[in-house]
Design a protein around this ligand. Structure first.
Ligand SMILES: Nc1ncnc2c1ncn2[C@@H]1O[C@H](COP(=O)(O)OP(=O)(O)OP(=O)(O)O)[C@@H](O)[C@H]1O
Ligand SMILES: [Mg+2]
Length: 218
């Protein structure tokens, strides 16, 4: 099996920035990791992503939202993540199961047991070896995310950015709780630091954790 790293945290904390930097660093060392994201990561799941992140879809009910995430994940695991891990690759995924717990359980209040059941079904035995939580005050993250949305062309993926601040604070607290519950899997990073400062910690920690055997096959 390969090595599975997920990036988590509130909107705009810096996940996509950091995962790209890590992917580039690994590539420079001859390690070609699979870089993917949720929701999405393959054509069918990308179609579900556009429903989930479209700010026009205000009527999406919490349970519909949860099931769409599960459907997208099931497809993504089947088509991309499982085959890559079975081929012995390192997989870097921008959001995964912890996001569903943080947003749909801590944020929306859906019963945790329902989410755990759907996650187990969708993941088919796959689970992250390491989860990097970029912990950040949602006010800082939202301000960054809004700047990025304004500067980017194409569809405005901002359904979650439009949620009230209290929702994002519950999501942040949820992530912190998940990290406390599984300290051996989580690495918590201070998202208020600079891009360079955050990356220095992530790169050191990841390079120390990737098993030696994997570096050889990648
Ligand atoms: N540590 C940082 N300090 C200042 N700006 C940052 C930092 N990290 C990222 N940014 C900037 O903030 C914006 C959001 O960053 P990024 O897209 O990486 O966040 P994200 O966590 O992936 O957001 P989302 O949850 O919306 O996908 C980008 O414009 C990025 O350049
Ligand atoms: Mg992102």
């Amino acid at each position: 099996m390969g090595y599975f790293i997920t990036f988590e945290g509130v909107e705009g904390c810096g996940k996509t920035t950091q995962i790209k930097l890590l992917s580039e660093l690994l590539a420079a060392r001859g390690i070609h990791a699979v870089l993917t994201r949720e929701p999405g990561g393959c054509p069918i799941a990308d179609k579900i992503r556009s429903i989930l992140l479209d700010a026009e879809n205000r009527a999406l009910s919490p349970l519909t939202e949860l099931m769409l995430y599960a459907a997208a994940r099931s497809q993504h695991v089947t088509e991309v993540i499982s085959p890559a891990l079975e081929a012995g690759k390192i997989v870097l995924c921008d959001r995964f199961t912890d996001a569903t717990l943080a947003y749909q359980s801590f944020g929306r209040g859906i019963d945790r047991g329902v989410i755990d059941t759907l996650n187990v079904q969708a993941c088919q035995g796959v689970s992250p070896d390491l989860t990097i939580l970029v912990d950040c005050d949602p006010q800082i993250g939202l301000a960054r995310a809004r700047q990025r949305i304004e500067a980017t062309s194409g569809p405005r993926e901002e359904r979650f950015e439009l949620e009230e601040l209290a929702f994002h604070q519950r999501v942040r607290a949820g992530y912190q709780q998940l990290a406390v519950d599984q300290p051996e899997r989580f690495l918590i990073i201070d998202g208020a630091d600079t891009i360079e400062g955050i990356f220095a910690t992530i790169s050191t920690q990841v390079l120390a954790r990737i098993p030696e055997a994997l570096r050889a096959v990648c």
